[in-house]
Design a protein around this ligand. Sequence first.
Ligand SMILES: [Zn+2]
Length: 223
Amino acid sequence: MAEILPGVHQVEGVDPSPDFSTHVYLVKDKGSGWTLIDTGLPGAHAATLAYLAKIKVEPTAVKRILLTHLHRDHTGSLKEMAAKTHARTFAHWIEAAYIANSPKYDGPGSPPAEAFTVDETFKDGDTIDAAGGLIAYHTPGHTPGHTSYYQAERKLLFSGDLFFGEGEKVILTPADYTHHIPTAQISARRMSQLSIESVLTYHGGPVLKNGGGVVRTLVHSFR
Ligand SMILES: [Zn+2]
């Protein structure tokens, strides 16, 4: 079982290759519900549903699906997971437009596999009633509406592709897949102001301890 922190699971088996190191997170809410953060590539829903069965959680107990950004490796199984769980789906208003293919995303990284209209859009600083309360921080750069989710009580940062885990440290996701690196640096600098224990990266990592120190080390390297 991949419960990496109490109530925080890294879904097993969504990874298309060991090197790619993809982490879909399943987070226990304070009540009986669960929240899924990102959904993996097309086809990854099979692994997520198998994982839910393994930990004896009904798919309909997943009440919310949060997207960090539009890229296919995050939204590829959104439609299937939404259909199986009946969860409400959330994305930043900019990213929601790209996920709906309106307009089509033409930046670096893979566009969504197919158009999907999320149930709810949010803006920077909004609180989402999930996982004990998550603050949605608009952290553009990797994509225009990229969002990181912060759980203040437990000091957890679900950082999507703002950061890329590399052993005990984090780097910015490489330029080949990133819309605008200087903007990502600004977002990283902003996140370095938060009190963070764990950085839950989507690729590589995660960094479970001293996350804030690790982010500050990265930010200090920008010149
Ligand atoms: Zn991405």
